[in-house]
Design a protein around this ligand. Structure first.
Ligand code: GLN
Length: 489
């Protein structure tokens, strides 16, 4: 049962074939067996999970049958969870127990889900490999010498290795899609404003967005149904009618216009990844879609613009970690300034400090116009590219990442790590929704395909993803490494 999708588990629970307590215990056992090796979870909530599972079973016995009732999930450790450690992967918050729940967490509680624990992540969501976490690297379940991607690497690895039925992630420049690609699972970054950011520890507020990481597009639709919607506590959350994203999954794709950006098939793309995506496009043609080559003219500027805007916002957001209010405080400060300096020097890791420095520099008088304002202008050009493209196509498809998962420790310089998100970052700058779904395997590692949609058109992305998953079985492939480790045949 632990390798089933949420939809399948939900049906089994509704039919009474299994109880939430049984399935929760099975996941907890699996975590106990594999987390030592994968390091996907920072915190496991064994006791409370079993109590929540029992409550879900009781609710079901009393006639309650919501779709996610009793389904065990994991939250990325960036979401505040009441009375549970919330670290954001940082020494700064290694002892921070949140006094409240993020809105996303609250919505999953209302839906009757069971919280198994909190997943490992790059420190403050800054990274593409999960190697910047204070709690150690996460290992890719397909090959434990490889990274799971980042920053939501713990969530992606946990879903891929069947340590949970589904998980939340967040995506500022690619952090849901790239780990989903590297771990062979489905990940969706919703439109900016679709999901409340309240209680989600801020990295770059104009880019951050929470979304689902799952075993199928149908499961992502089920999660998005729960996560979406206006939240008065987040002024950037948008007031639109709540859709049922499962309702349109089965629409036929005949007549679908797919844009294929030349810039996403340029130098640097591995041959195996290109071939897998071309095969997937051929599959879509069989389903009645038409393919149109197109340009995203300014996409080569997206990484540079992002690495001004995101650090600028991060430098402001992270100023709150001062040793006074949250988490870590240095020992025996001599005065206030000494406390600020030492607390922040000790509490933040290298990459976070680098971003704070870049961001502070880019925002300082004299450099603001040269860097920050310029980056904002490029951001507009990138959005205009997408607006033009979507006049002629319904979705844009390409690779999520130029290659499959790389070896732990193999990317030592920051810039090569920053280039990891070359196909994903523009989507965040433009505020658009995009998914990554499995579309192939090369050398024993999964390949991810990115599907980008119009603003607030998640339903179309999920429909396009689901149809692919109805006609192929890449999303069902499992790493043999992990089945061997758990003693299954
Ligand atoms: N890898 C990018 C960064 O390091 C994106 C991270 C994210 O989406 N949270 O900033």
């Amino acid at each position: 049962m632990i390798n089933c999708t949420v939809a399948e588990t939900s049906a089994a629970l509704a039919a009474g074939d299994i109880s939430s307590v049984e399935i929760t215990q099975a996941y907890l056992d699996r975590i106990a067996t594999l987390n030592g090796e994968l390091n996907a979870f920072i915190t496991v909530c064994e006791n409370s999970a079993l109590l929540q599972a029992k409550a879900a079973d009781d609710a079901r016995a009393n006639g309650n049958d919501r779709p996610l009732l009793g389904i065990p999930l994991a939250h990325k450790d960036i979401f505040c969870t009441k009375d549970i450690l919330t670290t954001c992967g940082s020494r700064m918050l290694h002892n921070f127990v949140s006094p409240y729940n993020a809105t996303v967490v609250e919505r999953f509680i209302d839906a009757g889900t069971v919280l198994l624990g909190k997943t490992n992540m790059d420190e403050f969501a800054m990274g593409s490999s999960n190697e910047t976490s204070f709690f150690g690297d996460v290992k890719n379940p397909w090959n434990t010498e490889c990274v799971p991607g980042g920053s939501s690497g713990g969530s992606a690895a946990a879903v891929a290795a069947d340590l949970c039925a589904m998980a939340t992630g967040t995506d500022t420049g690619g952090s849901i899609r790239q780990p989903a690609a590297f771990c062979g699972v489905t990940g969706l970054k919703p439109s900016y404003g679709r999901v409340s950011r309240w209680g989600m520890i801020a990295f770059a507020s104009s880019l951050d967005q929470a979304g689902p990481i799952t075993k199928s597009a149908e499961d992502a639709a089920l999660m998005l149904n729960v996560m979406s919607g206006l939240d008065k506590k987040d002024s950037t959350s948008i007031d639109r009618p709540i859709e049922d994203f499962t309702a349109t999954l089965n629409q036929p794709l005949k007549g679908l216009r797919i844009g294929v950006p030349k810039q996403h098939f340029a130098d640097g793309l591995s041959m195996e990844v290109e071939q897998a995506i071309r095969n997937a496009l051929a599959e879509y043609e069989k389903l009645g879609a038409t393919i149109k080559e197109m340009d995203l003219t300014n996409s080569h500027l997206s990484v540079s613009a992002y690495y001004v805007v995101a650090p600028a916002e991060a430098s402001a957001n992270l100023s709150r970690f001062d040793g006074v209010r949250y988490g870590h405080r240095c020992e025996d400060p001599t005065d206030l300034e000494d406390m600020y300096k030492r607390t922040r020097s000790e509490g933040f890791g290298e990459e976070v400090k680098r971003r704070i420095m870049i961001g502070t520099y880019a925002l300082s008088a004299g450099y603001y116009d040269a860097y920050y304002r310029k980056a904002q202008k490029i951001r507009r050009l990138i959005k205009d590219d997408f607006d033009r493209a979507f006049e002629e196509v319904d979705v844009i498809i390409g690779p999520t990442s130029p290659h499959t998962a790389f070896k732990l420790g193999s990317k030592a310089d920051p810039v090569s790590m920053y280039l990891e998100d070359i196909y994903t970052i523009a989507v965040n700058l433009a505020g658009l929704p995009a998914a990554s779904i499995p579309a192939g395997i090369a050398n024993g590692l999964p390949i991810g395909m990115q599907i980008i949609g119009k603003y607030f058109d998640e339903a179309k992305i999920l429909n396009v993803a689901h149809q692919f998953q109805q006609h192929t079985d890449w999303h069902k492939q499992k790493s043999t490494a992990i089945t061997a480790a758990s003693g299954e045949s």
